[in-house]
Design a binder for this molecule. Sequence first.
Ligand SMILES: Nc1ncnc2c1ncn2[C@@H]1O[C@H](COP(=O)(O)OP(=O)(O)OP(=O)(O)O)[C@@H](O)[C@H]1O
Ligand SMILES: [Mg+2]
Length: 265
Amino acid sequence: MQILTVANQKGGVGKTTTSVTLGGIAAAEGQRVLLVDLDPHGSLSCYFGKDPDRLTESVYRIFEQRKTLSRALVQQYILPTAYKNMALLPASTALATLERQAIGDGMGLVLHRSLLFLQQQFDLVVIDCPPQLGVLMVNAIAACSQLIIPVQTEFLAIKGLERILHTLTMMNKTRARPLQYLIVPTLYDRRTQASVTSLRTIRNNYGDYVWPGKIPIDTRLRDASKAGVPPHLFDDTTRGFQAYQSLYRSVDQAPLTAACNIGGA
Ligand SMILES: Nc1ncnc2c1ncn2[C@@H]1O[C@H](COP(=O)(O)OP(=O)(O)OP(=O)(O)O)[C@@H](O)[C@H]1O
Ligand SMILES: [Mg+2]
């Protein structure tokens, strides 16, 4: 079972779009995919008609019952979706309360321990993170085998990147093997100087850690999120979606370009 985490503490950079699109592509190829929504806002859950304000049964309940985790307990919160090969561990707004809790007491490994029960059930797990460096993101990073960091091609992006890479360096000290990660330039608009310049800066600064492609601005991806339909079923002909297909191939045919130590920016 491959576990991909999509994270960046900066908001609106394409984390949820990346999660649902990569998950959808894998599902269309016949992989059994579990999407995990760790964002209290529940944008990922909304793609599957789940309203995080109304859900009481969500991944939050797993955190709540972390002292008595079992396979049956975890499975209880996994929902089937209307789409083939896609299951969802949804978010609820209650997740926000976890961010105030301390990471001690085994709290950072709840998701890792939960996913271990699902090894035979899924081929790919994709975890979508909230835009916050807190206990939920720490759980997602501790649980995954590969990390994708979407970075918007705009001037402020680089600062955010430094922060998340610092967190990774800290977390890597407790991992047996350093985590693979890949920076994915998103929302690229070749007509704007800001996009062109910041993409160049990201590549210059982070070299091999950056996916060689880029995800362009594509209004059809936005339309898909408005319609609440995973992009692979909404419109699979657009440039944005095709860029994600190419990203999927880079990730699926691991090793990632940056299969090495963190911190070498
Ligand atoms: N390549 C793209 N082209 C056009 N619109 C996009 C693209 N990627 C994402 N969007 C749109 O931008 C908005 C933010 O994207 P998304 O929700 O994926 O970001 P996020 O990082 O998950 O945000 P948050 O931090 O709030 O969770 C959404 O409306 C989404 O549809
Ligand atoms: Mg999101």
